[in-house]
Design a protein around this ligand. Structure first.
Ligand code: ADP
Length: 570
């Protein structure tokens, strides 16, 4: 370990010289000197009278010297070897005072020699000398304190400059967490912290740690942040942010602590004791009127108190870190918005291309048939017009589906909701399509309770759900298959099931069939007419009703759609 060096700035040296002069004059010594311990362990004379006074060879010799000397208050006296105790000063007599700091570490030596009287000091003089040694000691302690504060100020200013520079340079792709961690490490060094955490206040009352930095502490277990602070943190930080204040809770130091808020105060007390800490500083981070996050800084036991200048620096750093967070959040939102807009744009282009494509086919058919009609024999005109009519119907259904989809853009609950009997709807749909299914040899089996099965919603929309699913089951089933339709209440839900034994849907398509205009590339599916909008409409209606839709299928093995809707609250 390097020795504790004593400061030798101009003020300190001048003060020590004054003390040496006064001591030499009042005590009547021809030689007097103060030596200070330097960082390399040497003792260096910084103030002296006469030709100074020699000093022991080095720091190592001092303890032995002290041990063998006779204590005279703060001074020590060691007579020259073999000198008689006759009250006279002998060559080789040693009179010195070790100068120590507040913790008892040796910082220097005060040495006196060659009394003008030629005599060893009597008790009255020793008392006076004791006072001189006390003055020299306190001059050193004051200088040390001054140096410590100056050092703290330098560190605080360096930290402040560092964070300020980062505020201007936060750009590019470096994630905010890593920027904050880097800054956190610098703050740990500059403020002499044991650890630091930056926590972001979430909307759900959580406060996840965005950045953590700690000083390497080898002699003790790592310091952890007590999660029990989290519930109190947002309110405390917001109060501090509003007052633009920094909270400090330490052994014997308190700043902006709301003592009436007893629970967090008790928690802080226990925290300091459990983690063996000196103090905990709590700084809000924010921008404008909004407090976004907090930084918690802790110092280990025995560490210095927070000076006013340091607290001022932390306050400014809080504002700068707040700005970094605010900008990062704004950037993140911009990026998300941009991604959404791009996706929307791509979707729109895709939609326009698909709609034009879907409308182009029937339109071409209409144009071709109209040309044919001009030259057709009268007996064929009806057939040509029927073809035109089919194409028109297809265009009408595409436009109708698009309108439905457009009207259902909002995700809110459908307006004018009423209790709707889903079992009755299923019965109506099965009745309505029963004939068409029967003509293709398809069996339609309905299973539902005789009593109403109520959900809250919009009857026409729910009718559309059942109609689309049953319609698809018929459309994508080969002749002669069996289709099951069920409406089953459970304690919380109503489950509508539509199961067929048709062509089925492969796994890849299953993830896409609810998207607008998606039609399976499977040729058996493509053989059937369709817009690719039916299931997109179904999903929107179901979600608007607070429900969800599930699909179980495999290619060639039929498909089962299950719609789960919340049961009507009674
Ligand atoms: P459309 O039937 O008009 O093409 P949908 O949105 O109703 O549009 O269905 C999208 C796609 O999902 C269909 O093109 C088809 O490939 C597939 N699909 C829907 N229902 C079934 C089903 N019951 N069996 C097999 N495939 C189906």
């Amino acid at each position: 370990m390097s020795p504790a060096a004593a400061p030798a700035d101009e003020v300190t040296v001048a003060t020590l010289q004054l003390i040496v002069d006064a001591t030499a004059l009042l005590g009547g010594f021809g030689r007097a000197a103060i030596h200070l311990v330097r960082p390399d362990g040497r003792l260096e004379a910084v103030a002296g009278v006469g030709d100074g006074a020699e000093c022991p060879d080095g720091l190592d010799a001092v303890p032995k010297l002290i041990e063998r000397a006779e204590p005279w208050g703060r001074f020590r006296f060691r007579p020259a070897d073999g000198a008689p105790d006759d009250g006279r000063w002998h060559d080789g007599d040693l009179l010195f005072a070790p100068l120590v700091d507040a913790s008892g570490d040796l910082r220097g030596l005060f040495r006196l020699d060659r009394p003008v009287s030629g005599r060893r000091p009597d008790p009255a003089l020793r008392d006076r000398l004791d006072l001189c040694a006390e003055q020299a000691g306190s001059a050193i302690v004051t200088a040390l304190e001054r140096e410590r504060v100056a050092e703290q100020v330098r560190h605080a200013e360096a930290a402040r400059a560092l964070v300020r520079r980062a505020t201007h340079h936060v750009a590019g792709d470096q994630p905010v967490e890593s920027i904050l961690t880097e800054l956190g490490e610098a703050l740990v060094t500059h403020f002499g912290l044991a650890a630091l955490w930056i926590q972001l206040f979430g909307e759900d009352g959580e406060a996840p740690v965005l950045a953590h930095a700690a000083a390497p502490l080898t002699e003790r277990p790592p310091i952890t942040l007590d999660p029990r602070f989290v519930p109190y943190a947002p309110a405390i930080a917001s109060r501090l942010w509003a007052e633009q204040a920094i909270g400090v809770y330490g052994r014997g130091e308190r700043h902006h602590v709301d003592e009436s808020n007893t629970e967090p105060v008790a928690l802080a007390e226990r925290y300091l004791a459990d983690q063996d800490l000196e103090s905990m500083l709590y700084a809000p981070l924010g921008a404008g009127s909004e407090c976004l996050a907090q930084v918690t800084m802790v110092r280990t036991r025995g560490a210095p108190r927070w000076t006013g200048l340091e607290i001022e620096a932390v306050r400014e750093i809080g504002r700068d870190l707040g700005a970094i967070l605010f900008n990062a959040r704004a950037d993140q939102r911009d990026r998300e918005l941009l991604a959404d807009l791009r996706a929307l744009d791509a979707h729109k282009s895709e939609m326009v291309a698909t709609v034009s494509h879907e409308l182009k086919n029937p339109l071409t058919a209409i144009l071709t048939n109209l040309e044919l009609a001009e030259t057709a024999a009268p007996e064929n005109v009806a057939q040509v017009l029927a073809a035109v009519d089919r194409s028109v119907q297809r265009m009408v259904s595409i436009v109708a589906d698009l309108r439905t989809l457009g009207e259902m853009g909002a995700e809110d609950d459908p307006a004018d909701v009423v209790p709707v009997d889903l079992a009755a709807i299923a019965r109506d749909v099965v009745d309505l399509v029963g004939d068409a299914a029967g003509r293709r040899g398809l069996t339609l089996a309905l299973r539902c309770p005789a009593d109403p099965v109520l959900v809250t919603g919009h009857a026409a929309e729910l009718d559309r759900v059942v109609m689309n699913l049953v319609g698809n089951a018929i459309k994508y089933s080969p002749d002669g298959g069996r289709i099951r339709v069920g409406v089953q209440p459970t304690p919380d839900e109503v489950v509508l099931t539509v199961a067929d034994q048709g062509i089925g849907i492969d796994e890849e398509d299953q993830g896409r069939i609810f998207s607008e205009f998606f039609r399976s590339p499977n040729p058996r599916a493509r053989a059937e007419p369709g817009t690719g909008l039916g299931l997109a409409i179904v999903r929107r209606i179901v979600e608007r009703h607070g429900g969800r839709i599930e699909l179980e299928s495999a290619l060639g093995a039929g498909a089962t759609f299950r719609v789960r809707l919340p049961r009507e609250a009674r």
